[in-house]
Design a protein around this ligand. Sequence first.
Ligand SMILES: Cc1ncc(COP(=O)(O)O)c(C=O)c1O
Length: 446
Amino acid sequence: MSQVSLEADLSTGAGMVEACRHHTLFEWSAQSHVDPIPVARAKGVHFWTPEGKRYIDFNSQLMCVNIGHGHERVIRAVQDQVARLAYANPFMATEARARLGVKLAELCPGDIDAFFFTNGGSEANENAVRIARLYTGRHKVLARYRSYHGGTAGSLTLTTHPSSSHSETGIPGVVHIPHPYHGIERGWDATEKALADVEEIIQLEGPQTIAALILEPVTGTNGVLPPPPGYLEGIRDLCTRHGILMIADEVMSGFGRTGAWFAVNHWGVVPDILTMAKGLTSAYVPLGAVGVRRGIAEHFESNVLYGGLTYNSHPLGCATALATIAVYEDEGLIERARETGKLMRSLLDDLKDRHPSVGATRSIGLFGIVELVRNRTTLEPLAPFNGTSPEMKALGRFFREEGLYTFVRWNTFFTNPPLCITESELHEAFDIIDRGLAITDRAVVD
Ligand SMILES: Cc1ncc(COP(=O)(O)O)c(C=O)c1O
């Protein structure tokens, strides 16, 4: 590939792709394997290429555009804020920061009522760990396998993807604990066993050395895995008994994705620290946050909170979050996700009934996934863990040709539309999925 000239037409799909591929680096990929969709504009649940091909966005981009694309109210809020006060340094107080703090205190569970703002989810988790260490005076952090907590040094150490720690030594003090799900063939641990395993590790490590346990209440990237009954409550109890702070990473599961403001609400669990990003602004502008319970906030009345960012509490991010939250509230999007989630559940069940390659489906609200298998009896996955297969690649190609965008990963694909999706749009997407599964059904051997 040769140097691309600025004289080239970079407004065409081909021009965009060539220049992006040559002069920018794509994440998590060998660059020669990258095949990006050129995107020119978006509205509601759809986006378009410069040449006008329309896609239904069945993953809310990266599970983040929860309110849907191009919402006028949020666009206006961004425009108003940038015109009035684009930036103030984080040692200052602004109206947007003030209002967002008050609003999040109203929305968050229990007495989580003070917030440290960041640029995104990875930084939120970095700072959550730092806060837990400063508060407890302990240094270890327990994090589960099959988790994704971000791409910066600390959050990547918490993350347990086999290739994510390729060239990294990681931060000290992170201890990985099992996830109760062991893949489609082995299935789930019973809650009692899962909790006993965690308790054993706490004892072996020494509870007095452990600052925090971080988990995604509903695991996202690694498979949309709602916890088994009693599990989250059991983790809360273990943390309380051992003076360990429970950090709920709600970066993906927060802001209505599961049909509740936060996933922990489904189980009535109040974590000590709750991290958020993505749906907080629906990604119109980057913003993350660490929410802490009152007791932790009070600790930092007299103890220094070491840590900061130039863009902490960015007025643009805060104003965008406020407008986004107003959209969730005024359009009833959280309730809508719960209701439309029931239709999605039945459409997923229907896929499982009719397609032999569908080994399992899981969903909570509009957070869903399909696991494909080669054999309905042994449940051998259609692609290995952390790998792919010709059939999964063909399915991905079919979705793309048919104008359905979603995340196709390993033996799975996700169903995470914007929360504003209508019933007919949902049916339209499932119709494409239904036709696509004819490809994977042909690979089933029994
Ligand atoms: C659960 C979870 N935590 C943290 C992150 C990292 O957030 P960001 O990419 O905004 O840094 C993600 C991103 O996908 C996530 O899903």
